[in-house]
Design a protein around this ligand. Structure first.
Ligand code: TPP
Length: 460
């Protein structure tokens, strides 16, 4: 495509089919324009900023290489999909994000063919992409299932349940692990440490490595021999990866901001003849916007802000936030009660558990995005005489419903649930509304459900 040099390339791209007409050497410029557009839009609307900025290059490369919407692209959580929305026919509405009648802040099936699966709760993408892959295989239609999942979302068991079943999809399943070494808060746990070790023990995959991977396109016997040598050499140098043990072909780590490398690697994976593939891409949350890069949470979610200064529009001073009253009160109570513990599933500041942790670090537990585990862990603590407080948003506690019923209620264990964000939540939409908690908790044996009218009642 020969665009007028003064015309922004982004103005020539309404849909991914337009993007595919560009030359590879134009993609860098397009990514820069896309990033600027996203910053400008979120400055006006507020919303999730850091996660989208980190996947700008990845978004461009995926739509350039894969045949979306026939290839089904599933963004985990969906909070990083603003650049994807801009490239898939929704640029003219991007400034309506998260407002009534406007674009959803997450992926949504009813919004676009390019959102084949809705999300907002984490760690569902591999299962859904696997479903698309297997459905295509059974129907004999072309098309892959592509999941883009963050390292934070990888802390949930559901991701592993899906990978455990992935082999059946063959090369129709592509998992892109977007590793920015951040959840909302810094990531926790053994898996996070493992990913960090993988990244630090291997140089970024070079173009030479990519050429070597092309051996996958050799005739089968030759290819098998080449693959064996390759695996052997890698195994000798650093051991196989967890993902290889689960039946994935592991490719990585890759610099997720280097579009010249991303494109050939994705092309190689697209055309590879064998089983499911996991591409480990290293990115930086908040990439390309200095205030976001400098912030501790990399500007995960923001209010409207001034693009030049990064200054966010502050809400007028109001009553103290419930979560802070909760965290501080619990910390005080725990001064004289050594059995009190607090548990959060990757939301330490959103739930106030960070305030408890500051006073009692040994009794505060961030379990990662693992509500199910968090609840049963609390039940175990309670069974041993501790007083655990599980601080989980209403909507995310839904994921742990069986644990609430089976491990807590039926066993009549004294787990306290501090359920934040009950009721309607506004801009995040239906997926985040705490609509069901009274219905799903009040029916259970041994449960007392209380709703404090104000902060003072909450303290009591
Ligand atoms: C089941 C569930 N629990 C908690 C959340 C809240 N949440 C939204 S994004 C996020 C962090 C995701 O981290 P990661 O997958 O690494 O993506 P990143 O934002 O770093 O790109 C969390 C905890 C959620 N969406 N779903």
């Amino acid at each position: 495509m020969s665009a007028n040099p003064s015309t922004p390339l982004l103005d020539t791209v309404e849909l991914p089919s337009d993007l595919r007409k560009l030359r590879p050497d134009q993609l860098r410029q397009l990514a820069d324009e896309l990033r600027a557009e996203m910053i400008s839009a979120v400055g006006q609307t507020g919303g999730h900023l850091g996660s989208g900025l980190g996947v700008v290059e990845l978004t461009v490369a995926i739509h350039y290489v894969f045949n979306t919407p026939d290839d089904k692209l599933v963004w985990d959580v969906g909070h990083q999909a603003y650049p994807h929305k801009i490239l898939t026919g929704r640029r003219s509405r991007i400034r309506t994000l998260r407002s009534g009648g406007g674009l959803s802040g997450f992926t949504k099936r009813s919004e676009s063919l390019y959102d084949p699966f809705g999300a907002a709760h984490s760690s569902t993408s591999i299962s859904a992409a696997l479903g698309f892959a297997i459905a295509g295989k059974l129907a004999g239609t072309p098309g892959k299932g592509i999941a883009v999942i963050g390292d934070g979302a990888m802390s949930a068991g559901m991701a592993y349940e899906a990978m455990n079943n992935a082999e059946a999809a063959g090369n129709r399943l592509v998992v892109i692990l977007n590793d920015n070494d951040m959840s909302i808060a810094p990531p926790v746990g053994g898996l996070s440490a493992y990913l960090a070790k993988l990244v630090s023990s291997r140089p970024f995959l070079s173009l030479r490595d990519i050429a070597r991977r092309l051996s996958r396109k050799l005739p089968e016997p030759l290819h098998r021999a080449a693959k064996k040598t390759d695996e052997f050499a890698r195994g000798m140098a650093m051991g196989g990866t967890l993902f290889e043990e689960l039946g994935f072909y592991y490719v990585g780590p890759i610099d997720g901001h280097n579009i010249d490398q991303l494109v050939p690697i994705l092309e190689n994976v697209r055309d590879a003849a064998e089983g499911p593939c996991l591409i480990h891409v290293v990115t930086q949350k908040g990439k390309g916007y200095a205030p976001a890069e400098a912030s501790a949470d990399k500007y995960h979610g923001v209010q409207k802000f001034d693009v030049i200064t990064g200054q966010q529009v502050k809400a007028p001073a109001s009553a103290p936030a419930y979560q802070n009253v909760f965290g501080e009160t619990l910390a005080k109570l725990a001064d004289s009660d050594p059995t009190i513990c607090a548990i959060t599933a990757a939301m330490p500041s959103g739930t106030g558990v960070d305030r408890f942790a500051a006073a009692h670090p040994d009794r505060a537990f961030d379990v990662g995005i693992a509500e199910q585990h968090g609840v049963t862990f609390a039940a175990g603590l309670a069974a041993q005489g501790m007083r655990p407080f599980c601080a989980i948003y209403s909507t995310f506690l839904q994921r742990a419903y069986d644990q609430v019923v089976h491990d807590v209620a039926i066993q009549n264990l004294a787990v306290r649930f501090a359920i934040d964000r009950a009721g309607l939540v506004g801009a995040d939409g239906a997926t985040h509304a705490g609509s069901f908690d009274i219905a799903y908790l009040a029916t259970l044996p041994n449960f007392v459900v209380m709703a404090p009218a104000d902060e003072a009642e909450l303290v009591h």
